[in-house]
Every structure is written in structure tokens, then in C-alpha cells.
Design a protein around this ligand. Structure first.
Ligand code: FMN
Length: 209
């Protein structure tokens, strides 16, 4: 299929964070997997190191993830902060699935060993590449009618550790984020209107044109 720039830009323009999700999906689980596979296979990585790892948690496994999120939050936060965040976590749990994006530190260590002169930038590059993977999956799931939001509960070390233990993931897989998805409750729409800073001169410069 010939890709078109207009289709790509329109998908990019339409992507949004959606927090009112249900535990249903308009597409099959194998289609979700196909999308994640396509992102992990094709997104670029520094020196083609391919350090991205993804874990798709659906239904009961997804719910288990957010039970863990709730437990960890309860331990890590002051009571008032926990009370404020708990309904959000409950909202994530009510969705259909979560994609965990990880970066395999053993692959990155291999790259560092081969390139000692650039060791200090490899972590940055790994994060850049992970973001590209996340964006592809987020945008593609949305094109299929799913709503998504991006979370970072790995700010709690215990959450990352529990996730690794529960799904028996290698110790070298560092968890970076959680993309929650599900069929939107009342259609795909932004939870709040997005504002845009001016582009020309302030955010984008062009020279030599
Ligand atoms: C690197 C990054 C981190 C983010 N972290 C969170 C997060 O932890 N929780 C959350 O609800 N949204 C998170 N977001 C979503 C942004 O808040 C959201 O994309 C932004 O406000 C623009 O809104 P939109 O996604 O509806 O266009 C994150 C987005 C990016 C790119």
C-alpha cells in the first residue's frame, strides 16, 4: 500500500489523550499484537540496536497491572495524594489493555561496549527511540478506533519490580511507560481542548528558503 503524507499528518493531528475508556475493543487481540509487532520491528533505533521491548497486557492481566499500580501508589504517596490519584488508576483499570514499553539494558550495554566514545549519549538515544515506538502504537491503535493515554507509573521502583516479577520479564528490561487503551466511552475526544504555541519563528525556524 502506498503511504500518503496527508494520511500520516492527519493521523498525527488526530491523536489525542483519552481517559474515558471501557474494557472493550473494536479490534481483535491479534490485530493489537500486529500493530505492536509492526512498531517494534520498524521503528528506528540508534545503530539499529533494536533495544525496544513491548509487553501487551489484556483483560485480566491489564487489570492486574493497575491493581499493582494502586498498591504501589498507596505505599509510595501521602494519603491525600493517594486519594486524589486513586480514581485515575481505577479509570486505567476499567480500560481494555496496556502496552508496556521497555528498553533492554543488555542490548544498550552491548552498544556502549562497541562504542565507548558515545557511551554518555546512549541512554538519551534509547529514550528517543522508545518515544518513537510509543507514538507509532498510540497513533495506530487510535486509527483502529481505540482511545489511549500514556502513563509513567514506573516513577515508583516498586511498580517496575512488581511488573517484572509478575510477568517474569528479564531483569534487563527497564520499564519506561504504560500506554493504556480501550474503546472510548463516548467517542474519541480530548479531555480538555489542546492549545498550540505559535510555530513560525517561535518553535520552527527555516533558513535558506
Ligand atoms: C513524554 C510524555 C510523557 C507523558 N506523560 C503522561 C503521564 O504520565 N500521564 C498522562 O496522563 N499523560 C502523559 N502524557 C500525555 C500528555 O500530557 C499529552 O500528550 C499532552 O497534554 C497533549 O495532549 P494530547 O495527547 O491530547 O494531544 C505524556 C506525553 C508525553 C509525550
Amino acid at each position: 500500500m502506498a503511504p500518503s503524507v496527508d494520511h500520516l499528518i492527519s493521523a498525527v493531528e488526530n491523536r489525542l489523550s483519552c481517559y474515558t475508556l471501557t474494557n472493550k475493543s473494536p479490534i481483535s487481540d491479534s490485530r493489537v499484537q500486529e500493530i505492536v509487532n509492526a512498531a517494534v520491528k520498524n521503528a528506528p533505533s540508534a545503530f539499529n540496536v533494536q533495544s525496544a521491548r513491548a509487553v501487551v497486557l489484556l483483560k485480566r492481566d491489564h487489570e492486574k497491572l493497575w491493581d499493582l499500580g494502586d498498591e504501589c501508589l498507596k505505599k509510595a504517596m501521602p494519603e491525600a495524594a493517594y486519594q486524589a490519584l486513586a480514581p485515575r488508576v481505577q479509570g486505567f483499570k476499567e480500560a481494555y489493555g496496556t502496552v508496556l514499553f521497555c528498553e533492554d539494558q543488555s542490548a544498550l550495554d552491548g552498544l556502549k561496549d562497541k562504542n565507548p566514545g558515545i557511551q554518555h549519549v546512549i541512554r538519551d538515544w534509547s529514550l528517543h527511540s522508545s518515544g518513537m515506538h510509543q507514538f507509532i502504537v498510540w497513533t495506530a491503535l487510535e486509527l483502529e478506533g481505540l482511545g489511549c493515554n500514556l502513563q509513567h507509573y514506573n516513577f515508583m521502583t516498586e511498580f517496575s519490580d512488581q511488573v517484572r516479577q509478575t510477568w517474569n520479564l528479564p531483569n534487563t528490561w527497564e520499564l519506561h511507560c504504560q500506554l493504556v487503551f480501550g474503546q472510548p466511552k463516548d467517542g474519541l475526544k480530548r479531555s480538555r481542548e489542546r492549545t498550540y504555541l505559535p510555530l513560525e519563528e517561535e518553535r520552527v525556524k527555516i533558513f535558506g528558503s
